[in-house]
Design a protein around this ligand. Sequence first.
Ligand code: UDP
Ligand code: MN
Length: 323
Amino acid sequence: MNIISSSVCTMKTTTKMYLSVILSTLCIVFYQYQLSKANFVTLQRGDVFGGNNNIVTSDSRNINSIEVKESTKTPSLPPLYVITPTYRRPEQLAEITRLGYTLKHVPNIFWLVIEDATVATPLVTRQLKRIGVPFEHLVAPMPDRFKKRVVKPRGVSNRNRGLAWIRKNASDGVFYFADDDNTYDLEIFDQMRYTKKVSMWPVGLVTKYGLSSPIVRNGTIFGFYDGWIGGRKYPVDMAGFAVNVKFFQSRPKAIMPYHAGYEEDKFLRSLAPLNITEIELLASNCTEILTWHTQTKKNPVASPLDMHKYNGTNLVNLHKLIV
Ligand code: UDP
Ligand code: MN
């Protein structure tokens, strides 16, 4: 009886040992698996948000931080060139600041800020440096003959200057016309970056319809929804499309004409041949609004400062900052 019970005990101990070993092994395997999974997720975030910010590094919790850091260095993201026309007015610095800090969240970006002016405004250059997004500050004044018109082709000289810069300096990636007064969800930059030819998506706050968008059914574009069609082939807003650089380089005549209201249409037409079915539909097949044609309230030019009253005060300095 004693022998039997002792052998049962021994068996139990042996079984326990085996079980412990198996359990430990399983734990180690499971832990390793979790580690590799955590790292994979981090790398994916790095691909989307990485590049010029440290989200991934600070989130790496000491897990393979070297690999994670290496991954953020990989120039896997196609470069994104953002062309922004701007001009001197009371709102200019505010607009540039707001847009600049949006763009600061976007990795692998190059910001072409082009002023409708003969000389670049030093305050704008200073602000661009302060924001810290890689940029080039260029000038391209609107030709005098258009300045007299009631409806002016706004931002056209600037955008064409941007296009000329792209022609000369860029060989791959994607470009996008981002006016200084619009609103941009960061998601759209992640999406437009992979444009093969031309991509499009809806823009909010356009005309009395409240939005401008390609019309999509079963994943296929078959027209455009916009409060003003005006005989346009592409009745879209400037904020609603992006173009691949290589594709643009293969269209040496592509240009934006000085035709108020028809800038987008005629520019897109100048990219021919381009079949409408080749247009890549972003923002979940054009079911989301990720950009808005916001527009800003126009402010009057500031009244002059009474120097008899305020000379020697901070107001003299402040007045040098405003229009
Ligand atoms: N713009 C410009 N020169 C002008 C008027 C406008 O460079 O004389 C720029 C402006 O900063 C903006 C773009 O062109 O980035 C479109 O102008 P605006 O926002 O006035 O036009 P809207 O959005 O009302 O069509
Ligand atoms: Mn605008």
